[in-house]
Design a protein around this ligand. Sequence first.
Ligand code: DGL
Length: 268
Amino acid sequence: MTSQAPIGIFDSGVGGLSVLHDIHRLLPHENITYIADSQHAPYGNRSTHFIQKRSLELTQALIDKGCKLIVVACNTATTEAIQHIRDQVDLPIIGVEPAIKPAARYSKNRKIGVLATQRTTDSKRIRELIELYADHCEVSLQACPGLVEIIESNDQPTNLHLLENYLQPLLEKDIDALVLGCTHYPFIREQIEQIIGNDITIHETGKPVAEQINRVMQQANLANKKTKIGTITIYSSSDSTDSHTTISKLWPNPAILKNLNEEEPKHD
Ligand code: DGL
């Protein structure tokens, strides 16, 4: 495996672009290949079997494109499928999990809110994270059905009302820390801030994940040489032009945009 090989990232859709943003900022010389599985978003109401099968297929697609390390840039797929992928793939696999640990460390009143998909708020893993890092805190979990769809369709400003419904119960709990437990949500951070004001600290996972990737690559001698800015290639599994429009809006930096399903067949 050469250090010039790309870092592979996938998400149920465009959410992982928020993680791509942090990875590219910390590691600008890395080539990156991203797959948005927008044809199948949201994963939040899919079965564990589906998420595991699809996550493995996307991992394999990234391996076929020569990736040296895989980032599961989706909290839901990390919870449901990361072990399944690690059991079958012999590459470093890095996942994302809600930032409960830093939120618990920095919360002054020990009242934390978590926004995430229904599958993540219902998961065994989130209960483990709370027990491990926040057993001294009051943690309020808020599932947000519909938000991923809004972000995928880029229909954000018109749907503040739904967001208010999800944030209101957390505001009533007097939280001073809010965890964005889905990689799509950083794209509506401004709208969230408009509702919660300045006194609540927002915690995301992109930066710590980028730092973890850096550590793993240094240890495995996989970091690319700092000679030129890396190439970003973004695939979507959705044929709709909406998907490409959303991607272009969320990732305005120059990137190569491709349709995953129109790839030429592989030859041996
Ligand atoms: N970005 C995914 C996450 O972090 C969204 C999951 C979904 O598609 O429901 O959980």
